[in-house]
Design a protein around this ligand. Structure first.
Ligand SMILES: *Cc1c(COP(=O)(O)O)cnc(C)c1O
Length: 391
């Protein structure tokens, strides 16, 4: 029987081109000859070989994010944590010291606290809102500083300019996880970051249906080291996820602007409610880092609000259950508003006293504002707060 399998694929001839990037799930790419393959590996001809090494859907979306951040290419990884890992393990070695911001994303903290020491690296944490504290936290072997511009979940704003100056003077790599802030709020390369990271899973892809990361550098040598490490350790992103992320990115600017506008309205409304003890929103004048928000982020507060309800866990339970119009789910950056509760999720393993010292009490919630009509959001929050008041 004649085989019906056609290999390699030949594009049907068409003088016109698709307006949308085709999804290209191929694992391997066929070359014409050993000579051509040699040229590909030598870099004399460009051609894909094997999807773990690179594929068109990853390159298209990586370049889109790179253009937003202000670099050339960047690398797509299978998750945001893979991007963090590619930066740290791709660029540091045993004996190096890595200094991290004290309120990093939970898994980044775990990487620094547990895994890097196991691999022979030293790590410590420092308050990133204070460049003086960062300076005192340096060691002779400090190779890298990892921070987030706005920390999770208390939304403190790092002294990026002060820390970048320290890094430049000492030749230390500055790595900024820009997931929360996105290039709409700040472009860390403009402030001297060497490496920028995204959990594309969150705001950039934006629809809570993709797990993906991006890491980029302006310096090609640094980027190549991270790329080789990511390819070797199999951090590669799936073509389908990259394709979905590209689609999400097409509306990122509009989504972010809308969510941020609604977040500012909701933050002010929450601050007026009797049962709300405290609202943290970087653009509000009562935020501890308001001045830095005005400077670094030109007054933009982003789409994330944190607030503290009066009362303990019972009040928090009543609120989350009655505010059923928003998903109680530990993520951020979705088209729909999501609500998370640090004490029962990201910070659950922390001792309650240590948690409370950071202001993370049982009544503490983080809201990632989505695209809903702000009036509808306020209705949902009203129902939640009313239920909490009755506890
Ligand atoms: C979610 C998140 C990550 C991890 O991203 P994943 O895609 O879930 O692996 C890293 N940093 C920050 C700030 C995040 O919010």
């Amino acid at each position: 029987m004649k085989s019906t399998i056609q290999r390699p694929f030949a594009m049907p001839s068409s003088v016109s081109r698709p307006v949308v990037t085709p999804l290209m799930p191929a694992v391997v790419y066929a070359s014409d000859s050993p000579d051509q393959l040699d040229q590909q590996y030598n870099g004399d001809a460009f051609g894909y070989t094997y999807a773990r090494e690179g594929h068109p859907n990853a390159d298209v979306v990586a370049k889109t994010i790179a253009a937003m951040e202000g670099c050339e290419n960047g690398i797509m990884t299978g998750s945001g944590m893979a991007a963090v890992t590619a930066a740290v393990l791709g660029l540091c070695k045993s004996g190096d010291h890595v200094l991290g911001g004290a309120q990093l994303y939970g898994r980044s903290l775990r990487l620094l606290n547990e895994d890097l020491p196991r691999l022979g690296m030293e790590t410590s944490l420092v308050d990133p809102t204070d460049a003086g504290a960062v300076l005192s936290g340096l060691q002779p072997n400090t190779r890298m500083i990892l921070l987030e511009t706005v920390s999770n979940p208390t939304l403190r704003v790092a002294d990026l300019e002060g820390i970048a100056a320290v890094c430049k003077e000492r030749g230390i790599l500055l790595v900024v996880d820009n997931t929360f802030t996105t290039p709409s709020m700040i472009k860390p390369f403009d402030y001297g970051a060497d490496i920028v990271i995204h959990s594309v899973t969150k705001l950039l892809a934006g629809h809570a249906d993709v797990t993906l990361g991006w890491v980029g550098a302006k310096n090609g040598e640094l980027e190549d080291k991270m790329r080789v490490f990511a390819v070797t350790t199999g951090m590669t992103a799936s073509p389908f996820d990259c394709w979905l992320a590209e689609r999400g990115l097409a509306s990122f600017g509009l989504r972010f602007a809308r969510s941020q506008e609604s977040a500012a309205v909701l933050a002010d409304w929450l601050a007026d409610q009797d049962i709300v003890e405290r609202v943290l929103y970087p653009a509000r004048p009562d935020h501890p880092d308001h001045n830095r928000t005005m400077g670094l982020m030109k007054g933009q507060g982003g789409n994330i609000i944190s607030f503290t309800l009066k009362g303990g866990r019972d009040s928090a339970n009543a609120f989350a259950t009655a505010a059923s119009g928003v998903a109680f789910a530990p993520t951020l950056g979705d088209v729909g508003t999501t609500l998370s509760h640090a004490a029962s999720s990201s910070h659950r393993v922390m001792a309650p006293e240590a948690r409370e010292a950071q202001g993370i009490t049982e009544g503490f919630f983080r809201v990632s504002v989505g695209l809903e009509d702000p009036a509808a959001l306020i209705d949902t929050f009203t129902a939640g707060l009313n239920a909490a008041s009755k506890v």
